[in-house]
Design a protein around this ligand. Structure first.
Ligand code: ADP
Ligand code: MG
Length: 451
């Protein structure tokens, strides 16, 4: 039962992350015990390093995927398999002593990641303004003109870091204020829970009673009408009472699709500020800071080499360092440029590029019996639109094409249309499992032709 659930989670994860990440971090995870309690999933990891990594980077994602398959799931815990064997601890006992529990996203006082502070945030031309705005807000919440403050920018550029820095500073310096922090995903999951348990009032009061509301990745609320409704109500109450609101998003407000206009216009009442990808100097500085923070001695020449070869995304930069350490510790090799090179090579998601957009469109058209040209062009018939969205979804999941170039291949649509299409298919998949099996089917046809 729990094995099946974990297999479902893994197969979804494997379509979300690149193959190296999957092999390095996920492949070795196993269900530790088939517990009767459907609310908990206990996962064995090979070492503490992997446990920490999972806790830090994937716990919420795994939980939210898990809940799609098993709505009763409340927590996923990680333990170190070897430690349990060494001490002959049964999984239950291990769980209590190890305190590696992953709490279900809750409404209690938020815990911020101690690493995400203003001090540890390295400044560069692309993020200076965003940092100053966040700092101003943290110093005088609700009292600046920056309300709401919306920080937007691409993946892994420091939005969550800044949002949590605001939280960290407020929690430590302003104990008189109540800080509410949620990712939009948590906000949504908690809201769904509240509806299920008839406690929407408590949910709403929790947020409306806060002095500062921090919501991460607001684009995630796209298409979720009733959650947006609730958020709108909370937003208004807080705003009228001059409480501080800080939001992050992957796109500027006017490019956010699937969000109500009245929300988008409110996002623009205060200050919207973007974060741009870091330049080379900033990347090197960030790597140095990370290495210092984690007490790692990695030669400067290697840090520079990494910074030169990973350009845009800071999370990816960190990912390289983590992988580098994992490889070096597992294989007991020294950290050398050659090791870095082989890791960077694995990072290029080579396997993903094997299908072309044309092939994918062909196969989708074939499968659903619609003309290929209709998929590319501006045909609004419902079943054609569905095929187009599904094709975009497969392209995104199984190739390296950027959102922008996907849009261009589908009749010159812009990247936000592509994002919308992908989200739409994700929503349909949740409700209708036949769509998932259609996708698997189409992908297996594509794979066969490539084998
Ligand atoms: P986003 O939310 O924009 O996707 P994150 O805030 O999660 O990105 O940042 C990804 C990683 O990069 C985090 O570990 C964060 O600490 C780090 N990071 C991003 N920007 C900086 C910066 N300017 N200085 C130091 N670390 C940074
Ligand atoms: Mg983020």
């Amino acid at each position: 039962m729990q094995n099946a659930l974990w297999q479902n989670i893994l197969s979804e994860v494997s379509s979300l992350v690149d193959s190296t990440t999957f092999e390095t971090w996920f492949r070795q995870l196993k269900v530790a015990a088939n517990e009767e309690d459907a609310r908990t999933l206990l996962i064995d990891a090979p070492n503490q390093f992997v446990v920490d990594f999972m806790e830090q980077h994937y716990k919420l994602k795994l939980l939210s995927i898990g809940r799609k398959h098993s709505p009763d799931l409340e927590r996923i815990d990680f333990t170190v398999a070897a430690a349990r064997e060494a001490f002959h601890l049964p999984p239950e006992a291990e769980k209590k002593t190890a305190s590696l529990a992953m709490p279900k996203p809750s409404l209690s006082t938020p815990l911020f990641n101690h690493n995400f502070t203003f001090d540890s945030f390295v400044l560069g031309p692309g993020n200076e303004f965003a940092k100053s705005a966040a700092l101003a807000v943290a110093n005088a919440p609700g009292k600046t003109k920056f309300n709401p403050l919306l920080i937007y920018g691409g993946v892994g550029l420091g939005k969550t870091h800044l949002l949590q820095a605001v939280g960290n500073q407020l929690v430590s310096q302003r104990k008189d204020l109540r800080v509410a922090y949620s990712s939009s995903e948590e906000f949504y999951l908690n809201f769904i829970d509240a509806i299920k348990n008839n406690s929407t009032r408590k949910f709403s009061e929790h947020y409306r009673a806060s002095n500062i509301l921090l919501i991460d990745d607001i684009q995630f609320l796209s298409g979720k009408e009733s959650t947006q409704e609730e958020f709108f109500y909370i937003f208004n109450t807080l705003y009228q009472n001059q409480r501080q609101i800080v939001l992050t998003s992957d796109l500027p407000p006017n490019s956010l699709k699937g969000l109500q206009d009245r929300l988008i216009s409110r996002f623009q009442w205060g200050l919207c500020v973007d974060i741009q990808p870091p330049n080379l100097e900033t990347r090197v500085a960030i790597l140095k800071k990370k290495a210092e923070q984690d007490n790692l001695s990695i030669p400067e020449s290697i840090l520079i080499f990494i910074a030169e070869n990973v350009s845009s995304n800071i999370r990816e930069l960190e990912g390289i360092i983590i992988r580098l350490l994992a490889y070096a510790s597992i294989t007991r090799r020294d950290i050398t440029i050659d090791l870095v090179k082989s890791i960077l090579k694995g990072n290029q998601k080579q396997e993903k590029t094997k299908f072309s957009i044309e092939e994918i469109i062909d196969k989708v058209a074939d499968y659903y019996k619609v003309p290929v040209n209709n998929i590319r062009e501006k045909n609004r018939r419902k079943e054609v639109a569905f095929c187009r969205q599904l094709a975009m979804y497969i392209v995104k999941a199984y190739t390296n094409y950027s959102l922008k170039s996907i849009g261009l291949h589908f009749g010159g649509r812009d990247h936000s249309t592509v994002i919308h299409a992908i989200q739409h298919i994700e929503q349909i998949k949740e409700k209708d499992s036949s769509v998932s099996s259609d996708i698997e089917h189409i992908v297996s046809i594509l794979s066969e032709e490539h084998s």
